[in-house]
Design a protein around this ligand. Structure first.
Ligand code: NAD
Ligand code: IPM
Ligand code: MN
Length: 357
């Protein structure tokens, strides 16, 4: 029997609530399939750990995580610990240490999901964002001169390497070719006269190897407008770290809300573990009340199953989410339901048992 070793970092706020559902779903899938199983190692890292130890993760944390086949993460960040510390010392350290340079985020409207846009059908919102996840505006390069003096200056660099741009753009072209979809690059070459001019140049250069892929290029301001006004323009999308971060929250808003938005941080070469997580944060405003929607986490579980080659189970989970959205019987309050996080999880499991793959 195949064993997938999963490092679990439930993290902060609603993280533990949604991860608990995710782990139950993974176990149920394995139990029903019988050809593989999951072995979980849970790490108590996050803001509470920081308050106790002064660190967001153990000193040998990265070495520990390296032993796993994948990482399953809830959310990081909580009031009381500065966000730039909690995120940089845990989530971003993992993404960077394991060269998870692809952040794959589906923006897909399922039947029954609430869409705030007028006259939009399910088929009109069906995108996959390929967000650069290792450098760009989030490279962490810069300086703070004359700190706390009247003449203080801060500099935050955007770092766009040829290797970094080429690999994410090539990944997106390959995906567009495989899926027979169009590819849209989103940048901002008119104002960012080094980084984004370079990005556009590499998008065109790599594109020479993919004459079969139909491409579009948009400036990020116009792209955000078109995502709302005419979302069907977008199929596969490739963009920088910052733009991808912002546009995928916008994407979440048009595809049913933060409770439904999933993401995979991939190291495509599989030299290091990849990480699966909902794209939402720790939602301190609803934490600990059973109000968190676990669908985004279940969708991330689906991405993990896909990554391990269990495609049929991956597809079944999306189907189950869609069935539940259509039935409207067991949904959390963000989707106008009255069910708790655990009740939604239990219904997913009931449906898994009712119809196997
Ligand atoms: P957030 O995503 O936590 O919350 C934004 C809004 O969406 C809130 O009203 C919240 O209640 C709602 N929401 C989010 N997830 C939900 C779910 N599953 N079900 C129902 N409602 C949900 O974003 P924020 O408030 O900007 O950030 C809170 C903290 O999380 C901050 O510390 C931030 O740095 C951190 N953060 C972490 C991650 C991550 O770990 N991947 C991502 C984003 C933000
Ligand atoms: C996300 C989050 C993170 C990001 C933050 C918390 C650093 O917003 O995963 O979208 O910007 O990558
Ligand atoms: Mn984000």
């Amino acid at each position: 029997m195949q064993t997938h070793k999963i490092a679990v970092i439930a993290g902060d706020g609603i993280g533990p609530e949604v991860i608990s559902v995710g782990m139950k779903v993974l176990n149920k899938v394995a139990e029903l399939d019988k050809s593989f199983k999951f072995e979980f190692t849970e790490y108590p890292w996050g803001c509470e750990y920081y308050v106790k130890t002064g660190r967001m993760m153990a000193e040998n944390g990265i070495e520990e995580l390296k032993k796993s086949d994948a990482i399953f993460l809830g959310a990081v960040g909580y009031p009381g610990v500065p966000d730039h510390i909690s995120l940089w010392d845990l989530l971003l350290t993992i993404r960077k240490s394991f060269d998870q340079y692809i952040n794959l985020r589906p923006v897909k409207l399922l039947e029954g999901a609430p869409c705030p846009l007028k006259d939009v059908k399910k088929e009109d919102v069906d995108m996959i964002f390929v967000r650069e996840n290792s450098e760009g505006e989030y490279a962490g390069s810069g300086s703070w001169l004359f700190k706390d003096k009247p003449n203080e200056v801060v500099i935050q660099d955007g770092v766009f390497s040829r290797k970094g741009c080429e690999r994410v753009i090539r990944y997106a072209y390959e995906l567009a070719r495989k899926e027979k979809k169009t590819l849209t690059s989103i940048s901002k070459g008119n104002a960012l006269n080094y980084s984004m001019v370079f990005w556009d140049k590499i998008f065109a250069e790599v594109g020479e190897d993919y004459p079969d892929v139909k491409t579009y290029s948009y400036l990020v301001d116009a792209a955000s407008m078109f995502m709302v006004k005419d979302p069907k323009r977008f199929e596969i999308v490739v963009t920088s770290n910052l733009f991808g971060d912002i546009l995928t929250d916008l994407g979440a808003a048009i595809a049913g809300g933060m409770g439904l938005a999933a993401g995979a941080n991939l190291n495509p070469e599989r030299e290091f573990p990849s990480m699966f997580e909902p794209i939402h944060g720790s939602a301190p405003d609803i934490a600990g009340k059973g109000l968190a929607d676990p669908f985004a986490t279940v969708w991330s579980v689906s991405q993990m199953l896909d990554f391990f080659g269990h495609d049929a189970w991956a597809a079944r989970l999306i189907e189950i989410i869609e069935e539940m959205l259509v039935e409207k019987k067991v949904l959390t309050p963000d989707l106008q339901g009255t069910a708790t996080t655990d009740e939604v999880g239990d219904e997913v499991i009931r449906k898994l048992m009712e119809k196997s793959v």
